[in-house]
Design a protein around this ligand. Structure first.
Ligand code: PMP
Length: 429
């Protein structure tokens, strides 16, 4: 595969962009080698600057649930741009967007738009603190909730990939209020509440985790958190930046049948434009300015191009529920195929999967939290990543990331992926 233009661009990028990338997860630092520079994408395929084609399992880290350059979204953005790209004043489209989200997502009385998942989680946490009058909160090791200071403690995604134990610049004053324990460990959560009686504002969780590979909540875990929060007067925040509008029209709340007090969105809600959102029960959301004193704002919040992209995509998803059934079938098919070739290879493995989120861990034990994800053979994953890339399949460049399926994937694409996995395993095991 010729990647000479990518290599040239990466050399050039490093003299003006830190590490040559605008987000660290794009670097191939942990898998080795240099990142591929992309030129365009359509449906399930990415095209790099050298003209190579890849089947995409990153999908911009989640947003492109219907594949790239989905025609109605592209057309809506083009049309909307003619009316100006930003007003900084209210528009009808924002009302329509809020109403559409409310019609799909459970437990959202009021919703505020922001411009990223980071902003959504940061604002939801501030609101939970403002509402309860408590400072501490619980997050789970290996979960990632964006790069706001409070969340960069035992975080997943790039923080785990690059093995950053403490993030310089995050003060002890801030991180002391971040309590952590293992995902799926309800007893540890109870213990933290017992040790910090009346001090914990919220639990924030990825209800299906995607930032330490894909990790599923064990039976009763999220239900248990719901019970504990209710008993302790703390809020349950679902970070649905990955799972929202992906695992079901109503996200993980619908899929797991557990109610959150606050929920954050990103990725799919913006169809690839910079969008995040947080919402929840009216009495909590009414504490946000201008109704309340919990201040939160944004020059570009509710931006018309971002809103029209998200609105068009969500409306399409709402009108076509079969998309979710078909995504489910694609996920099941891929899982079965990967299972077959992995078993044949003789290497120990675990596949974690729900709907259109999936990941392969080269592990001989179940992967249920960050420690078990970290003790898998991630050096083998790194080889697998490159072997797949060489065969035209673009996986996340880290074992600590979920793969995302798009609805644009065809049977042929899935078969090609399974064949590539079979050949890759023969090469690397
Ligand atoms: N929460 C979760 C669960 C995420 O996966 C991410 C991003 N991968 C974020 C929050 C942060 O979103 P953003 O990158 O848009 O700030």
């Amino acid at each position: 595969m010729n990647i000479s233009k990518s290599e040239q661009l990466f050399q050039r990028a490093q003299s003006s962009i830190p590490g040559g990338v605008n987000s660290p997860v794009r670097a191939f630092k942990s898998v080795g080698g240099n990142p591929i520079f992309l030129k365009s994408a359509k449906g399930a395929y990415l095209y790099d600057v050298d003209g190579n084609r890849y089947i995409d399992y990153i999908n911009s880290w989640g947003p492109m649930i219907l594949g790239h350059a989905f025609a109605p979204v592209v057309a809506a953005i083009q049309q909307k741009a003619l009316d100006s790209t930003s007003f900084g004043a209210p528009t009808e489209l924002e009302v329509e967007m809020a109403e559409l989200v409310k019609s799909m997502a459970p437990n959202v009385d009021l919703i505020r738009m922001v411009s990223s998942g980071t902003e959504a989680c940061m604002s939801a946490l501030r609101l939970a603190r403002g509402f309860t009058g408590r400072n501490k909160f619980i997050k789970f090791e290996g979960c990632y909730h964006g790069h706001a200071d409070s969340f960069l403690v035992k975080a997943g995604s790039g923080v785990a990939t690059f093995n950053i134990q403490t993030v310089p610049g995050v003060t002890g004053g801030v991180s002391n209020d971040t309590l952590t324990c293992a995902y799926n460990d309800q007893d540890a959560v109870r213990q933290l509440f017992a040790e910090n009686k009346g001090e914990i504002a919220a639990i924030i969780i990825e209800p299906v985790a995607g930032n330490m590979g894909c990790i599923l909540p064990q039976e009763g875990f999220v239900e248990g958190l719901r019970r504990i929060c209710t008993e302790e007067g703390a809020l349950l925040i679902f970070d649905e930046v990955m799972t929202g509008f992906r695992l079901a029209p109503g996200g993980a709340q619908e899929r797991l049948k557990v109610d959150a007090d606050l929920v954050t969105y990103g990725k799919v809600i913006g169809a690839g434009m910079p969008v995040g959102a947080f919402g929840g029960r009216r009495e909590i959301m009414e504490k946000i300015a201008p109704l309340g004193a919990v201040y939160q704002a944004g020059t570009l919040s509710g931006n018309p191009l971002a809103m029209v992209a998200g609105y068009t995509l969500l409306q399409h998803l709402k009108a076509n529920p079969r998309i979710y059934t078909e995504l489910e079938e694609k996920g099941n098919y891929l899982k079965a195929g990967l299972q077959r070739v992995l078993e044949a290879s003789g290497t120990p493995f675990v596949i974690n999967h729900m709907g259109s989120m999936i990941s392969v861990h080269f592990s001989d034990h179940p992967v249920t939290d960050f420690a078990t994800a970290a003790s898998a053979n991630n050096a083998l994953f790194n080889k697998f990543f490159h072997a797949m890339l060489d065969r035209g399949v673009y996986l996340p460049p880290s074992a600590y990331e979920s793969w995302f399926l798009s609805h644009a994937l065809t049977q042929e694409d899935l078969d090609a992926t399974i064949n590539a996995a079979e050949e890759s395993l023969k090469e690397i095991v």
